[in-house]
Design a protein. Structure first.
Lengths: 155, 155, 155
């Protein structure tokens, strides 16, 4: 059993089985050792959750939890693209975190920490990434956060 | 005549000749087999079009058409960067679609499908990409959508 | 003394010493010859500056200066990641510029030119990048702009 799988067990995280997108896009694309993941949202077991404006309908603390849930979904997508073997991930290179924030909201980094922390808890030090946290104007289905990322993987 | 050129003909799409940006940036940059394209907007024959807020001045259906037009402009930029040979494209890796949406708008994916569908129609299955669709706060010249992307190309 | 260092001297630019992020992310990540930089803001000597909404509290001209300052911070991060040797940079591949703009603001490119111009002044022609300029909904600590980028470096 790989290191990452052991960490997931220790953290009590079960990666969800996710629906394949119906449109003309893919959850992940791999080119060489670079893996690109589609934007992930805080759906829980396939059900929409964490919807609303952060700093208005959704607290910063709830949004941080939403970012963590979106990151778990992201790792589920990466795992599937790698045939279930997350030990093939050699790094998280870049993470973008978009917060569906109310005017005047300024603490995007604390929200996106929910995703960054989860990724490093699961992947270890190689999970530390270049990061951009910012506010979207609006988000699909009014989710509180959306994240996407680029990973480095063993070919 | 290459496969992509044949598909463009069959679809009745003529790639526009685009102006080179006047600023200190480039339409495309290539590093190894990775090609980065600058943000593309739905200008038609060099003339601004599809301007306004989606879900207010511009319908979701019009915005989807705007995303398609921006994707045609994107392929025109990629083609020029590859000396006119779009058959050198081996994949679309990542697409970001920004929608200039009104507060409360939630169907960004349907809008950006206009770009994703066009790219797959023209490039075939290798055009399927990791994708992030979201709402911008505002967009240059009030365009309804803006898209950028990363492609994989033969060196 | 390298070419880039000479250019910085001629331009009178001293790269600031920046704080290391406290969270689970990194200023830069390198994979092969690709370097990803975290989102940079227009902090001056570690002090927040250029805060407010562009086209309302902050003029377009001030925002352009903010973009220039953020680009200087970005080069400082890249320099540190490369052991102080910016001559290892062989290109700026992609730049994203997010403007904290008021509703109705449309001249994002002129703002982000502040960053693009600085990068080309310092790196020369290889600094020309694919670019996307757009408006954020909100930005961390209400900064007027935030930029991130992907560079090509000598391994």
């Amino acid at each position: 059993m790989g290191t990452v799988t052991q960490r997931l067990e220790r953290l009590g995280i079960v990666l969800p089985k996710l629906a394949v997108p119906s449109g003309n896009y893919a959850p992940c694309r791999i080119s060489g050792t670079t893996l690109y993941v589609s934007g992930q949202v805080p759906r829980v077991d396939g059900v929409d959750a964490f919807q609303g404006i952060v700093g208005q309908d959704v607290s910063a603390k709830q949004a941080r939890e939403a970012a963590r849930v979106a990151a778990i979904n992201m790792l589920a997508q990466v795992s599937r693209a790698l045939g279930g073997d997350l030990d093939r991930v050699t790094g998280c290179l870049q993470l973008r975190g978009f917060v569906n924030a109310a005017p005047g909201f300024t603490d995007h980094p604390a929200v996106i920490d929910g995703a960054s922390d989860l990724i490093v808890e699961v992947l270890g030090d190689c999970g530390r990434h270049a990061r951009t946290a910012l506010g979207a104007g609006t988000l699909p289905r009014a989710f509180a956060v959306e994240i996407d990322a680029v990973f480095e993987v063993r070919a």
